[in-house]
Ligand binder design. Sequence first.
Ligand code: SF4
Ligand code: SF4
Length: 448
Amino acid sequence: MNTPSPGPHSPEPPAPGSAELFGGQEFANLLGDCVHCGFCLPTCPTYVLWGEEMDSPRGRIHLMDQHAKGEPLSGPMVEHFDRCLGCMACVTSCPSGVQYDRLIEMTRAEVERGHPRPLRERAVRELVFRLFPYRRRLRALRGPLRAYQRSGLEGAVRRSGLLERISPSLAAMERLAPPLGRAPRLPERVAARGDRRATVGMLAGCVQGEFFPDVNAATARVLAMEGCDVAIPRAQGCCGALSMHAGREDEARAFAKRTIETFESTDVVVVNSAGCGSSMKEYRALLGGDPAWERRADALSERTRDLAEFLAELGPRAERRPLPVTVAYHDACHLSHAQGVRSQPRALLAGIPGLDVREITDPDICCGSAGTYNLLQPEAAAELGDRKAANVAATGAELLVAANPGCTMQIAGALRRRGAGIAIAHTAQVLDASLRGLGRDALIGRSS
Ligand code: SF4
Ligand code: SF4
């Protein structure tokens, strides 16, 4: 797109009260915070990939400003917004405190309201958003998908390129699906071992619950072994993360309200999926201005904790048994950039005797998962996945530890592509193996 670079003298933010504004005064104020310094550019994955100003945070803010001043949404403009991963690396690197996360969410909602997408794109989006936030639908898919994986047809289907020709997004879905085993149901309550130190609610998640049931089982066990009564309500549904980050505001609000009702009576809600935790901490922004829900949303955001964050606050009590494994820890964007949770998982891992934690080069650059990004923008996502996999392999670690199901699927796929035999586990599974004394084979026996 030949949109001019904003440069140092980019137009002023829209005038307060301007008729063309979308997002009202809040949007104008958020836009006005950007001083166009460019400090965010080197941390932006799409700018790193393509070196295009309009695929940088500063360029996208310039496009938002143009639209807010009346320029209609065009196809190329929307494409630059769509290519943003929403990874928030620009938020943490911005010295002026620009809330790009709010800006892109409001822009995406505007795109959903006002920009008709081509039929094929609409069909893919409908498929994604009518499937992934619904646990029952995902559960119904498990059987056929498991049968397909066990049939040995995967290789033939991939070699044929059939799915790629129908839709690259469909092909990405097939490639990213993790190997599925049995999925035992969790009980609604898991009792604390020994003296009870806390009572917590646990979010099971949609993709986490159906595609990674072992992670949820490990999470509940670790919490119980650390002295927590764990409630896992069956009535819970999607937290709304995917819808929220895609600008599907009404859908996101409906999911958020149900989640608030489900966990209203719990002191703390523990979340083991970075994307879900960050969304629940954003409920206050999502439902702000709604008098019936604002206070309740704020209260739930306040009580939401990522698993590592919660365990670090609680402090260790259960005995850690040795695990002589070399691990690389991956910062999920929605954990590090969105929630500021970086030191806690590292400290938990470092507390396990024998465990050697290695850092991955460019930890702030997204792996390309980003919610539904690897389905909707499969080519850019694959490039980012390959970069991340190369950096993971360079650590020489035997095990990659990540705390987000999207990152796990994305990096596992990229590691498979390069033939790297590195196993993957969630922080909860590593802790679980140590607390139960399972030994290293329980972890590095997993294939990526
Ligand atoms: S978003 Fe922040 S870091 Fe990026 S150009 Fe604007 S002020 Fe600078
Ligand atoms: S959210 Fe990520 S991809 Fe989007 S502009 Fe910011 S750094 Fe770039």
